[in-house]
Design a protein around this ligand. Structure first.
Ligand code: GDP
Ligand code: GDP
Length: 454
């Protein structure tokens, strides 16, 4: 019965991966130059300057992992958004809107030495509707003389202003305590996922178009900061909104800057790729559709499969593919992609933007498979039928029995078969194939292990 299975399965449970633990998200908003970056550094406990002294310089939205008093959370620095047609107040209000939708708590930063500006008021107006806790930070309160200015910020209608000096650290410990109090234990559900934006690694051999695709995804105008060399420390990850969903592209500093990491030795390039895959939940493996599938492509794919991450195959440079090449590619796929027949394929062009919007649905599918849990009851009634129709091959005159199966883990789905004898690899593959026929798992590796009970 179900509970016996669960108890038995527990004794074999390898434990959920640490990186699957959901952490709450704190968003930092405010108009340019109020000290958001300085505050982010303060929260992260960093010493190095990531602050730009150039007012209004655009930054990408970035995410950082923070740790305070033993609690982990993600800090979303929504950056200084370029004012669009709606002007600065509109752009920053949109930023606040965004933060409310995606974060578990919002810190809004105001420059106490300046007081509340029309932009601050526009932001406050949005945040007064927030269901998430909002903490109003009066920054640049470097000494007590500025406390009177702090009190004036009550007028924003966001409760008590919290005076700090992000630059000198004044009151920042108290602020962090207040932030921790405001953040919920368990983060809210976001698009069915927990733990902040889902993490994506964009990987592939050199010159497949990773930088080009990254630039296409983040939009052309977000790289202003690149021309201000040395003024910032690289945020490692990029937040990208695709299909109304926020994604965290990991380790993209180099991609956004168009630095070719592979110009070092291939060994270091591959270490970096591996690290990116390990810190992601799903990988987009980019291939050059205009060229034959190469050994290096397969190495990247193998890394993804072995890491147990979900996977989407994106064939880039589709603008260069003619009919001949397409036919050729189909043949290569049959031979080259035998390890990942389950991965969804998207044919894109970073150059023209072709089908780039198909990436988000493919990522979502892959992650859904990766997260899938099949109940032990459902699994075993399916398995009983399967075994009855096609029993495991006899070995050494003995018929191995499959006693029962359970899904020990998700991310990726991992199944344990409890048997009375050895199961041949061919039969294990047969079970995996049938599992996929029945339950899907598009875009996710599936693992099957066998526990022989004497
Ligand atoms: P952001 O555009 O909101 O991210 O602002 P920055 O963090 O880049 O800071 C803008 C400027 O304000 C920089 O010159 C910082 O050094 C300065 N600044 C930030 N925090 C403080 C503070 O607490 N006191 C003072 N006096 N200056 C600060
Ligand atoms: P990375 O090394 O993977 O980051 O590749 P890059 O983004 O630097 O691109 C390598 C080369 O391929 C550059 O010359 C790009 O302009 C070109 N490229 C990238 N994407 C496409 C595409 O979709 N179509 C075509 N025709 N060229 C592309």
């Amino acid at each position: 019965d179900e509970s016996d299975w669960a108890a038995l399965a527990d004794s074999f449970d390898e434990g959920a991966a640490d990186d699957a633990v959901a952490v709450p998200v704190l968003a930092i908003v405010g108009r340019p130059n109020v000290g958001k970056s300085t505050l982010v550094n303060r929260i992260l406990g960093r010493r190095e300057a990531v602050v730009q002294d150039i007012p209004g310089v655009t930054r990408d939205r970035v995410a950082y992992d923070a740790l305070w008093a033993g609690k982990r959370f993600t800090v979303l620095d929504t950056g200084g958004w370029e004012p669009g047609l709606e002007g600065l107040p509109g752009a920053i209000a949109a930023q606040a809107e965004y933060a409310m939708q995606h974060a578990d708590a919002v810190v809004v930063v105001v420059d106490a030495t300046v007081g509340a500006t029309t932009t601050d008021e526009a932001v406050a107006k949005v945040l007064r509707r927030s269901k998430q806790p909002v903490i109003l930070v009066a920054n640049k309160v470097d000494d007590d003389r500025l406390l009177a200015d702090t009190a004036a910020l009550w007028s924003l209608g966001l409760g008590e202003p919290f005076p700090v000096s992000a630059l000198h650290g004044r009151n920042s410990g108290d602020l962090l305590d207040a932030i921790l109090k405001a953040l919920p234990e368990t983060p809210r559900e976001r698009f069915g996922a927990v733990g902040g934006p889902r993490r994506v690694a964009l990987v592939g051999k050199p010159n497949v178009g990773k930088s080009s695709l990254m630039n296409r995804l983040t939009g052309e105008n977000r790289s202003v900061v690149d021309s201000v060399a040395g003024t910032t420390v690289d945020p490692v990850d990029s937040l990208v909104e695709l299909d109304d969903q926020l994604w965290r592209f990991v380790d993209t500093a180099g991609l956004r800057k168009r630095v070719n990491f592979a110009s070092g030795t291939e060994y270091y390039a591959s270490l970096r790729t591996k690290a990116a895959i390990e810190s992601a939940e799903v990988a987009i493996v980019l291939l050059d559709a205009a060229e034959p599938i190469a050994e290096q492509d397969l190495r990247v794919l193998t890394m993804v499969v072995e890491s147990g991450r979900a996977c989407v195959l994106a064939f880039n440079k589709w603008d260069l593919v003619d009919e001949d090449r397409r036919n050729q590619l189909e043949k290569e796929l049959d031979r080259g992609l035998v390890r990942v027949p389950w991965a969804e394929r998207v044919n894109v062009s970073a150059l023209t933007g072709r089908a780039v919007r198909k990436l988000a649905p493919a990522l979502r599918n892959a992650l859904e498979s990766w997260d899938t849990r099949i109940s032990t009851g459902q699994l075993n009634s399916w398995l009983a039928d399967l075994i009855a129709a096609t029993p495991p091959p006899v070995r050494g005159g003995k018929q191995p029995k499959i006693l029962f199966a359970t899904q020990a883990q998700t991310r990726p789905p991992t199944f344990v078969l409890f048997t009375s004898g050895f199961l041949e690899a061919g039969y294990r593959r047969f079970i995996e194939r049938k599992l996929r026929e029945q339950f899907g798992f598009t875009g996710s590796p599936v693992r099957i292990s066998v526990r022989v009970r004497e």
